[in-house]
Design a protein around this ligand. Structure first.
Ligand code: ZN
Length: 278
């Protein structure tokens, strides 16, 4: 299934795409896609619904994050070799992990807001996934069973706060609107292999990133297993898995976002995002 949430900020309602790709409103049946709806049995219950009997959502309606109530937002850094090289960093021997503030999560097509005084706002197209069932010290073999589904994400970054302000990337990754996810969550049953998804990003129509999750250093199963060795992953947690080469920081000379720029992202079955920098 492809699950989404539609409506104004803070008043989103759940929906799903029907077999024809039309947006259907689920709010008559379900209050919201809270973490408990990410459990395998709950997703199976959603699959049993005849979507064609539900109201259509008007084309052009704003989309929010595809789920509500996320409690942890975790990101992986330097998970593509060429991106590590363009960033001037070593290829990591174990996953690089950092947190993004929950308050940066936003809808896939919301405006992204340049922080006050920022001169180094950058883009990062990434595969995201959502945890479906509690994961604590799980093996790689069992890891994907804990994933409810996948979504497209932009790990918007402010490089000066990330790199020049001492330690901790979290600073440059957490501003409001720095976490667009969606347009929808593709449930795992529709995407059994997360390591073959195209990832593309363009700024003002010019392609900046074009790669595939096939090039990830640490695949999703390894990331879930690794994280679960030192933290408990909860249903509804969002993890984004690193960006391929082609970020503004890696350009010679570096080129960052300006007000009015339009960023577009594509990831095959995960859909598209469009954001305007304001
Ligand atoms: Zn990233």
């Amino acid at each position: 299934m492809k699950l989404f949430r539609h409506g104004a900020v803070g008043a989103e309602r759940p929906g799903a795409l029907d077999a024809q790709g039309q947006m259907r409103d689920l709010s008559l049946l379900i209050a919201d896609f809270t973490p408990e709806w990410m459990a395998p049995a709950k997703l199976d219950a959603l699959k049993a619904i005849d979507l064609t009997r539900l109201p259509l959502v008007a084309v052009g309606t704003r989309l929010g994050t595809p789920l509500a109530g996320t409690r942890q937002f975790v990101a992986i850094g330097l998970n593509y070799r060429k991106h590590a090289q363009e960033s001037g960093m070593d290829i990591p021997s174990e996953p690089v992990v950092f947190n993004k503030a929950l308050t940066c999560l936003c809808g896939p097509n919301d405006d992204i807001r340049m922080p006050e005084g920022s001169v180094a706002m950058d883009w990062e197209v990434e595969l995201g996934f959502v945890i479906g069932s509690l994961a604590r010290r799980v093996s790689q073999d069992q890891a994907l069973a804990h994933v409810a589904g996948y979504c497209l994400s932009n790990d918007v970054s402010e490089r000066d706060w990330q790199i020049k302000r001492n330690g901790q990337w979290t600073k440059g990754k957490s501003f409001d609107t720095f976490g667009p996810i969606g347009p929808w969550l593709v449930t795992s049953d529709e995407l059994p292999d997360p390591q073959n998804i195209p990832l593309q990003l363009a700024v003002n129509g010019q392609t900046r990133q074009s790669s595939s999750t096939a090039d990830m250093i640490f695949p999703v199963a390894q990331i879930v297993s690794y994280l679960s060795q030192f933290m408990t992953l909860l249903p509804g947690d969002v993890v984004i898995t690193g960006t391929p080469e082609g970020v503004g920081l890696g350009m010679k000379p570096p080129q960052f976002l300006k007000r009015g720029d339009v960023v577009t992202l594509q990831a095959g079955p995960l859909g598209t995002q469009t954001q305007r920098v304001v």
